[in-house]
Design a protein around this ligand. Structure first.
Ligand code: HEC
Length: 420
């Protein structure tokens, strides 16, 4: 087993067994806090007990705090400020955030996957407090910093393989260090023009999972699942017009046209006009099949103005179906039952390409609610269940939408779930 993977399994396991360790630590901290009070410091300013501070720390970092940090938390002015201290622990980035993002980068939704540019970018965005509602549209990717590159003899970023991240993983490079993990732009290192970058959707990690094979609908489906917390079966809407459904979707599946109207339309009438935004992308398409442009195998392909052949596979299934002319997209779910996803009134609901589609998705109410609710569950070990929980999540969504700091959501959740 690779080094990096082994230590990750240990980290994931540690989250599960954190409680007994926490008790010992709490005891140590109580003694320490007692000493602080004795010397007249302004301890207990937040009114946090050692138990509460320890729980906050554990829920955020997955490891117990040192006695000194615990005392610092107990001296903080309020529980959220105390919780923010815990977000400085390297384990918050190398464990908690990495494990949060890893399942987003593969179809099996497995946490046991190597580090990649998608996961590393999420870690960097959280660490550097980059507004989370740029995650699906920014020209951004996190790579190794110069000092880490020389210290660990890392290869340069390559759009054609995952070697850099695999090496960072194998060497347990600490992603919390601003010297080790630095921001760069996709346009500078992947060959994709800025206008065609769409945050994590156009990372190699996402492309290799969701633009490979198929019809690029997978990128839409998995982005909806991972970032709006909605799988398509739950948002099926059979009341949208079917005119943008591609030719590969038969109108009489199994010879029954009612099935098309009651089932296939439910997803494809809304999905197909949005997945059209990805019309110029592919992953590992043989250069011979897309004309003169020679792209190396194993990397994201972007063919400006040229619809990928995968948009017309199985076009005889229903020849009268929609033929994709370009990468323009429309959000048909702005009307009908899926209005509840809370689309931004400041956006037009249509556009061209993945970047504007990403902007549409990341500024929805469902996006903010998804991120906040997931963090709440991760930190509180339960879905919001009581009226109090629901009120807390609602207020965290509102504050998240002001600056979109995911780190703050972790701190607020941990403070709320710190116990008595
Ligand atoms: C719950 C939502 C949903 C429903 C209902 C649905 N589809 Fe799909 N369909 C998808 C998604 C998502 C994909 C992309 C799958 C992928 O690439 O991972 C897809 C892909 C396809 C494809 C492309 C081939 C492929 O496998 O990638 C065809 C053809 C298709 N669907 C036909 C149909 C037909 C016919 C029906 C009705 C019997 C139907 N679909 C019902 C969501 C749905």
């Amino acid at each position: 087993m690779k080094n990096g993977m082994e230590s990750r399994i240990r980290r994931i396991a540690r989250r599960a067994v954190g409680a007994p360790q926490a008790a010992t630590l709490a005891l140590r901290a109580a003694i320490y806090a007692g000493a602080v009070t004795l010397f007249g410091a302004h301890a207990l300013a937040a009114g946090l007990t050692a138990d509460q501070a320890t729980r906050i720390y554990n829920r955020i970092a997955g490891v117990p705090p040192s006695a000194a940090v615990l005392a610092q938390m107990m001296a903080a002015t309020d529980p959220v400020t105390a919780a923010l201290i815990a977000t400085n622990d390297p384990a918050f980035y190398n464990g908690t955030i990495r494990n949060l993002a890893a399942p987003w980068t593969n179809r099996d939704q497995s946490v046991f996957v190597p580090l990649n540019d998608y996961t590393a970018t999420v870690v960097g965005v959280v660490r550097d407090n980059i507004p989370f509602n740029t995650l699906l549209s920014a020209d951004l990717v996190y790579i190794a910093g110069a000092s880490a590159t020389s210290a660990y003899s890392l290869p340069a970023y390559s759009p054609a393989n995952n070697d850099l991240y695999q090496e960072m993983d194998d060497n347990n490079v600490d992603l919390s260090s601003p010297a080790n993990l630095v921001s760069s732009t996709q346009s500078a290192i992947t060959g994709i023009p800025t206008a065609a970058t769409a945050g994590v959707m156009t990372t190699r990690g996402a492309a290799s999972a969701f633009f490979v094979n198929g019809t690029n609908r997978a990128m839409f489906r998995f982005t909806m699942m991972n970032h709006l917390c909605d799988d398509l079966p739950t948002i099926m809407d059979t009341t949208r017009p079917p005119d943008r459904i591609r030719q590969d979707v038969t109108r009489s599946p199994g010879g029954v046209s009612t099935l098309f109207l009651t089932n296939c339309v439910g997803c494809h009438s809304g999905m197909d006009p949005m997945a059209q935004a990805f019309a110029y992308y592919n992953f590992t398409y043989p250069a011979s099949e897309i004309g003169a442009t020679a792209w190396p195998v194993g990397q994201i392909v972007y063919t400006a103005g040229q619809v990928q052949p995968k948009y017309s596979i199985n076009n005889t299934n229903f020849p009268q179906g929609f033929v994709t002319p370009d990468d323009s997209w429309n959000n048909r779910w702005r009307t009908g039952p899926n209005q509840v996803l809370g689309w931004s009134a400041a956006l037009p609901g249509s556009g061209s390409g993945a970047k504007s589609l990403g902007t549409e998705l990341e500024n929805s109410q469902a996006f903010a609610s998804c991120q906040v609710t997931r963090v709440f569950k991760d930190v509180c070990y339960r879905a919001p269940s009581s009226a109090g929980d629901v009120a807390q999540v609602t207020s965290m969504i509102t504050s998240f939408q002001n600056g979109y700091s995911l780190r703050q959501v972790f701190a607020q959740s941990a403070a709320y779930c710190m116990g008595n």
